[in-house]
Unconditional design. Structure first.
Length: 170
């Protein structure tokens, strides 16, 4: 039994309404609102319904899992190396009964290097990134403003204090 203090303190925040929306220069159909600096979340509810974060699908043929991350096999996605704030991007693997996440450490034209120890946890056990139990897993990269291409999706910039949302209606 350890008597040391935990390194993280759990916290809870009551939901708050986001107001002050304006059209963003980030792209057509994207709106932006100010948020408190440092506010970061994985969940946003719009009219009581959870909205998905900005993401892109990675075809299983485009990348290969390795001990340190993913090797990029499709040159069409090498643009990922040019994305800002790569450390805010997360790899998501939807297996047959698991939903695994790993933060990205860095991206080059040929490699997505994942943060440890999260990547080791995602590749260990049953229904893993590299060995889905029944069918092939579905892979995504989440949480980049560059991925905000779908209506109803969103991205938050905690450093800039901005929430971006692609609205259903213009």
């Amino acid at each position: 039994m350890s008597t040391s203090r935990p390194t993280h303190t759990p916290s809870s925040r009551a939901p708050s309404k986001v107001t002050g929306w304006s059209k963003s220069d980030a792209g057509p159909g994207i709106w932006v609102a100010n948020t408190p600096s440092g506010l970061d979340t994985r969940q946003l509810y719009v009219n009581g319904v959870i909205a998905p974060r900005a993401s892109i699908h990675l075809a299983n043929a485009d990348v290969t899992p390795t001990a340190t991350g993913l090797t990029i096999k499709n040159p069409a996605i090498s643009y990922l190396a040019t994305l800002p704030d790569q450390g805010r991007i997360e790899f998501e693997s939807l297996g047959d009964w698991t939903n695994r996440y790993s933060p990205v450490q860095s991206i080059s034209a040929t490699q997505l290097t994942m943060a440890q120890p999260a990547w080791n946890s995602t590749t260990w056990g049953w229904d893993t990134v590299q060995n889905s139990f029944l069918a092939g897993p579905s892979w995504y990269l989440d949480n980049s403003l560059a991925f905000l291409t779908q209506v109803g999706h969103w991205y938050i910039d905690p450093h800039g204090g901005r929430l971006y949302y692609r609205r259903v209606r213009q």
